[in-house]
Design a protein around this ligand. Structure first.
Ligand code: PGA
Length: 237
């Protein structure tokens, strides 16, 4: 299983250090063997010492080595911290920051070319979900346009927009059906994201074709994230 924490615009440099110190100890004391990914904000990046199964990644990156892109962070800045894991296509970047599919595909190609592990996010808004599974799949497949699904370092996170940060989780049936249809095209590990929390982690991880979770809100408190790691550890799948 892959258990990933997206801090979004939460945590500072100091609180990220404290979080990772606690999490490192937890992973070794509890013999956690799942793959753990942590995506802190850019300002908190550093060369962290972590157990082999914990990787720190970036929430975004500009598809250039360096250059005149005010406010952006490129490969040169990311590589300074030895980071080779990136989140691309998150719905907040698509819908709030206005990233379109060609730009997202350009980012994907750039970081693929550089050998990054890529967690690539897709997911439909509420009105699409209300139109039924075929509309949901058509929408999600559009978000795969220009993306090399055979890339060996790809992980896909299915995150319905209406379930992100809203407390609404897709039902187990909705997740199962969507993941199984996505599986027809995607051989890479498939994560689910959208209001995942300790109370629903077991049910979600037990779903066929679900290879892990991408957690926002419920990952920001380290104890809550650790609960999810324990749940995954005790799962027989
Ligand atoms: P959430 O966010 O857990 O707060 O719903 C998930 C995500 O956006 O990755």
């Amino acid at each position: 299983m892959i258990i990933a924490a997206n801090f979004k615009m939460n945590h500072t440099r100091a609180s990220t250090v404290a979080y990772l110190r606690e999490l490192n100890a937890f992973i070794s004391n509890e013999n956690i063997s799942d793959e753990v990914m942590i995506f802190p904000p850019f300002t908190a990046l550093d060369r962290f010492e972590t157990p082999a199964n914990l990787t720190v990644g970036v929430q975004n990156g500009y598809p250039a080595q360096k250059g005149s892109f005010t406010g952006e962070i490129g490969l040169e800045q990311i590589e300074e911290f030895g980071i080779d894991l990136i989140l691309i296509g998150h719905s907040e970047r698509r819908h709030i920051l206005g990233e379109d599919q060609p730009f997202i595909a350009q980012k994907f190609d750039f970081f693929k070319e550089k050998g990054f592990r890529i967690v690539y996010c897709i997911g439909e808004p509420k009105e699409v979900r209300e139109s039924g599974i075929d509309a949901v799949l058509a929408y999600n497949f559009k978000q795969l346009e220009g993306i090399d699904l055979s890339y060996e370092k790809l992980v896909v996170a299915y995150e319905p927009v209406w379930a992100i940060g809203t407390g609404l989780t897709a039902s187990a049936e909705q997740i199962e059906e969507t993941l199984s249809r996505l599986r027809d095209r995607i051989k890479a590990p498939l994560l689910y994201g959208g209001s995942v929390k300790p109370a629903n982690t077991k049910e979600i991880l037990e779903i066929e074709n679900c290879d892990g979770v991408l957690v926002g809100t419920a990952s920001w408190e380290v104890e809550s994230f650790e609960k999810m790691l324990s749940i995954s550890k005790n799962l027989k799948k």
